[in-house]
Write a protein that binds this ligand. Sequence first.
Ligand code: DGL
Length: 247
Amino acid sequence: MKVGVFDSGIGGLSVVRSLLEHELFEEIIYFGDTARVPYGIKDKTTIIRYAIEAVEFFKKFDIDLIIVACNSVSAHALDEMREHSSSPVIGVVESGILATANALKSKASNILVLGTKATINSKAYEIGLREKEFKNIESKATGLFVPLVEEEVYEGDLLDATLKHYFKDLNKPDAIILGCTHFPLISKAIKNYFGSETILIHSGDAIVEYLECEFKFPKRYKKAKLRFFSSENTDALKNTAKKWLLI
Ligand code: DGL
């Protein structure tokens, strides 16, 4: 199995990490559109245009599957990517909704969805969760977390102030969907803020759960071949990959 993983930038490496931990793929080809990140503040038509270009990029690699690690793209451009791709395209929104439904016993649970402006404005998570009969859903665009993570601010006063800024008026959720590639890197701080009973849904783990359910993986690959591509400064992407993926 050869998979293409697409993200707006470096954030999708958090999804690659989950794929590696579960040893699902023989080869992972990562493409981050680092020249045009962030997508989360762009409008739907622009996100769709960039996403179709990513499908074209993967065509030369003869891949079996495209995983869209970016929530903003998964929320807005999955149908269009599928129209242009000969291999299956799966996104993190659908798998995040399924993982949330599997993790929560009660349909009355309080769910908090976090994401970029693009993801939250799409209401993709909210619509999917309501289809699964969840009623108490709150959504919050928390875009400031993205540059903080890019600056490797995973703890400390600056992050604490940002958490307070976004969360001070919210009720304590039973589950939080980390609906952005960057947010798993500050999951510890988010968990500290709300308390350890709150369940965090991580896009990478959710996609693994989804893949193991939808596809057969007769073989595991202890050491996947990794290839990194980006639209700008691939060395910086590779350096982040070394840190995040411990490779
Ligand atoms: N990868 C994006 C997402 O998951 C976050 C960064 C961006 O805004 O492009 O929505």
